[in-house]
Design a protein. Structure first.
Length: 480
């Protein structure tokens, strides 16, 4: 190589135009990361022993991520990773010790200030976080979604590849959940010591989290089906996607989670709307060939038959007492549930700690200060079961600003996708349904505190960025 060609090569790399790995490496890298997270990342508890293996293993994936990284690959899709980095920065700031006088001035520290005065600890420096150990745990936990995001950006998979990997996680979760229902409640198919034994938790420790993930999986499978419909020779793939959709649906129906049932129904409505919009394309109206001809010609009838089939399956499962989630939803008074009983306490805690927060991971320790004696018993609450409220309590105003920044970015991305074309509207329905399900689930639970959900969430955010970028770059004639 001549000197001039070497300098050109250096300038080429400096410009961020280094070619990425081949397709097999991309798929293998994402599948390995997904498999590792599925087997080790289903619990939100800080003391889950699996975290000791998951985090260093996830950190190893930073090596290929950094090797194939370039500035050019971050263009137009960097917002999710920047926001994640800012969240990690705020978590770290909450761990910086402050002078005692300044710390005692923070909201809600009066009780501890009195205890300090009694024991002669007035000059003790403390961080914003009430429980620094939990704060360090929350900070190190961010290596998992950070590695997942950087890996996806560096390997540069297609939107279709990312969706297939997420579908694989959903299928594995559903199949494992079905096997758990028919197997030993205390058998080896349950990965975590503290879990919902006897319920289809799948790869998670909590059946609600598995049910919410299944709702997300239904939307992803439907989006893939609409993509594959336009590909020649994809009949076998479409059949596999339909089978996967039915398996995930069955896992939702046998779940004991009311959240799974409700969000699953919401996902079904969104899928029906996506299909209806996609089948309104004029160029398909005369398509009389292939297995999808009847669906194209009679979309309303096809959707009605699908809903009827799902309803019949649900009634059959109820008849054989294999749909406990439906029974719970019909028989249990939701207002007797503990997550509703602590609502007033959450409001009080938010009003006290909204400015700087109590530190990520500290919620249960701070809750014990505000918990009424009448709530004490054998059961305990380790999360707020309202992640929006818990985010305010732990993160304060900076966390709120980060969420608002993400919402603004997501709205901007959706505006780039939006167009008065049925297929574009179907894509908007897909992303809005994903965001709505995650937002609604976080209102009554905490799915995004599990590593699996964090990984899938960052991949979906990157997929949204890919979708917006591709739609912006493509001409209207290329958008299908």
């Amino acid at each position: 190589m001549t000197l001039s060609s070497a300098s050109k090569s250096k300038r080429h790399r400096a410009a961020g135009n280094v070619s990425g790995p081949g397709a097999p490496v991309v798929v293998i890298g994402l599948v390995l990361f997904a498999a590792m997270t599925s087997l080790l990342g289903g619990s939100s508890r800080f003391d889950a022993v699996q975290n000791g293996a998951l985090r260093p293993m996830a950190a190893l994936f930073l090596i290929p991520a950094m090797y194939w990284y370039s500035k050019a690959k971050m263009k137009d899709v960097s917002a999710p990773m920047v926001l994640l980095g800012l969240a990690a920065l705020w978590t770290a700031i909450q761990l910086i010790p402050l002078p005692s006088g300044l710390w005692h001035m923070l909201p809600g520290r009066g009780v501890i200030a009195n205890v300090d005065a009694i024991h002669g600890l007035e000059d003790t420096w403390r961080p914003i976080s009430y429980v620094p150990m939990r704060g360090w745990n929350a900070l190190t936990a961010m290596v998992v979604p950070a590695a997942a995001g950087l890996l996806a950006l560096s390997l540069r998979p297609s939107l279709r590849t990312l969706l297939y990997v997420i579908t694989g996680i959903g299928l594995f979760d559903a199949l494992l959940g079905l096997l758990q229902v028919i197997g030993d409640p205390n058998g080896p198919l349950y990965f975590y010591a503290i879990t919902n034994n006897g319920s289809p938790v799948g790869v998670f420790a909590n059946e609600n989290h598995s049910g919410v993930f299944s709702g997300i999986a239904l939307l992803v499978i439907a989006r893939l089906g609409l993509i594959e419909r336009n590909r020649h020779g994809a009949d076998g793939v479409n059949i596999a996607l339909v089978a996967t959709f039915l398996i995930v649906t069955l896992a939702i129906l046998v779940s004991g989670s009311r959240a799974a049932l409700g969000l699953g129904l919401a996902a079904y409505f969104a899928v029906a709307l996506m299909v209806w919009l996609s089948l309104k394309r004029p160029d398909l109206a005369g398509d009389a060939a292939g297995p999808g001809a009847l669906i194209v010609r009679y979309p309303r009838l096809s959707i009605a038959l699908g809903v009827t089939l799902a309803g019949g399956l649900l009634l059959a499962l109820m008849q054989f007492e294999r749909a406990p989630g439906v029974v719970d939803a019909l028989n249990q008074n939701a207002f007797e549930d503990l997550r509703w009983r602590i609502g007033s306490i959450l409001i009080s805690m938010m009003s006290t700690h909204w400015l700087f927060g109590t530190g990520f991971g500290s919620w249960d320790a701070v809750y014990q200060i505000a918990e009424p004696t009448g709530f004490m018993g054998l059961a305990y609450v380790n999360q707020a079961h309202n992640d929006w409220a818990q985010l305010v309590i732990e993160g304060g105003v900076p966390a709120i600003l980060l969420v608002l920044a993400f919402m603004r970015w997501a709205a901007f991305s959706l505006r780039q996708i939006f167009a008065r074309r049925p297929a574009a509207l179907a894509r908007c329905v897909f992303w809005l349904a994903i965001l709505a399900i995650l937002a609604a689930a976080s209102l009554v639970d905490y799915p995004l505190r599990t590593p699996i959900f964090q990984v899938v969430a960052i991949w979906l955010a990157i997929a949204l960025a890919f979708d917006a970028r591709d739609n912006k770059a493509a001409s209207p004639s290329k958008l299908k």
